[in-house]
Design a protein around this ligand. Structure first.
Ligand code: GUN
Ligand code: ZN
Length: 429
């Protein structure tokens, strides 16, 4: 067993954080050897229960749950910051050409190492990631995550139409590859597999049907895709499926809505779609830096909460502009405030933080596993320095409440705040 003494930020209740200013986090193996939180609380209350403990004391630091990124593209590291007239030209001019390079093993191995380094440097300890249509990209990414003991879920992209040479796959082979990758990776160590149809326009009916059939065979794999991000995309889907009630309903038709199905964006949807998300247990990956960068629109938080479907935050790199959960939480605040296309509201810093930790974990079906520091959670956490920059030090010193402290970190923070990222490693902590 091992313990850390510092300020501890965690969520006894959904979206309700506490900060234990002089806290103790005790970590040790569970029955199956996973390193999990054994106890969390005030140092004075807990220290006597664990007298022989090896305690790392971090005065002035905050220990918080590792961040959970619900939607990110591993092959889009080099796509970040590519300007375009919206989603579809961005895909055609930057994204597909970059992704075509991932057929190459050397490129994959360099990019996978860089990608995982970048996640950890920013304090992201769980992610649901798109690879490319090349099975080698999944093997490279999940292989690297396995070496680093990261909890990562990823999938080979399915895209057998409306996609250029170099990324387009072949229907039957793409489904065989998906099944082989599920068998190889899903549930191995901390890894998971996600069936990954890119979006409706890039998948034939046969490919979507096959994806749904695989989902039915493998009930605990994830599904990830995009929906209703951009108005031109929505119009394209309406042309492809004129009979469908909505874009989202096309996925329903193919059996692709269920718990552990995660759809990025969910911007141009209506209340019937929201009810469908809720009724099927489908989750939204809200991707605010991407939506602002590509000019896609604004996720309607009020409508989401009125209906009550699952959602959490995501970077959506490389449509998104940053790996940093702090940047994503700030962008989510901007998106919430936007009041011209939907009601504007002020998300609280505790809500924002929850959406990128415990709330995202819940939306992924991983509540109680990651995203919190309650007993039983895997011991993935970040060590934050609230004095990482002169302005942060000045601002956080004046914080009169937990909300003021968290807002200062969200608005002024980035990777400089993340002093260390600690990953639960079976048998080593
Ligand atoms: N829709 C289909 N593919 C993509 C992608 O790679 N990024 C985003 N943001 N939207 C998509
Ligand atoms: Zn995306």
């Amino acid at each position: 067993m091992k313990a850390w003494r510092a300020s501890l930020l965690y969520f006894p209740e959904p979206a309700q954080a506490v900060l234990e200013t002089d806290g103790l986090l005790v970590v040790g193996p569970d029955a199956s050897g996973r390193q999990v939180v054994q106890a969390v609380g005030s140092y004075s209350a807990l220290a006597s229960r664990f007298p022989e403990l090896d305690v790392t004391h971090l005065p002035g630091r905050i220990i918080a749950p590792g961040f959970v990124d619900m939607h990110i593209h591993y092959p889009q590291l080099d796509v970040i910051g590519s300007p375009a007239e919206g989603l579809l030209p961005w895909l055609e001019n930057y994204t597909f050409p970059h992704e075509s390079r991932f057929s190459d093993a050397a490129h994959n191995s360099e990019a996978a190492t860089f990608f995982v380094d970048e996640l950890l440097r920013h304090g992201v300890t769980t992610a649901l990631a798109f690879a490319t249509s090349h099975p080698a990209s999944v093997n490279a990414l999940l292989g690297e995550a396995q070496r680093r003991s990261l909890r990562l879920i990823a999938g080979k992209v399915l895209q057998d139409q409306n996609s250029p040479d170099g990324v387009r796959d072949e229907t039957e082979q793409s489904l065989r590859d998906t099944e082989a990758l599920i068998t190889r990776w899903h549930g191995v160590d901390r890894l998971g597999y996600a069936i990954t149809p890119r979006f409706v326009p890039s998948c034939s009916e046969a490919q979507l049907r096959g994806a749904g059939e695989l989902a039915a065979c493998y009930a605990d794999v994830w599904i990830q895709s995009h929906v209703a991000e951009n108005k031109d995309e929505v119009a394209w889907v309406r042309k492809l499926y004129p009979q469908a009630r909505s874009y989202l309903s096309v996925y329903e038709q193919f059996g692709l809505l269920r718990p552990r199905a995660v759809y990025a964006h969910c911007i141009h949807i209506d209340d019937e779609d929201r009810a469908l998300m809720r009724g099927t247990g489908t989750a939204a990956a809200v991707s605010p830096t991407s939506n602002l960068f590509l000019g896609s629109g604004f996720f309607d938080y009020q409508a989401a909460d009125r209906t009550g479907f699952l959602y959490g935050l995501a970077s959506d790199v490389g449509g998104g502009t940053s790996f940093s959960p702090f940047h994503t939480m700030l962008a989510a605040y901007y998106v919430g405030r936007e009041g011209q296309t939907k009601p504007g509201l002020s998300l609280s810093p505790q809500q924002l933080w929850w959406q990128h930790t415990g709330g995202a974990a819940r939306a992924l079906g991983l509540e109680g596993v990651v995203g919190n520091l309650l007993p039983g959670c895997e011991a993935d956490f970040v060590v934050l320095n609230p004095q990482a920059t002169p302005l942060l030090a000045r601002k956080t010193a004046q914080a009169a409440s937990l909300d003021e402290l968290l807002f200062a970190l969200i608005v002024l923070g980035d990777d400089r705040v993340v002093e260390n990222t600690v990953i639960s490693q079976a048998g080593t902590t």
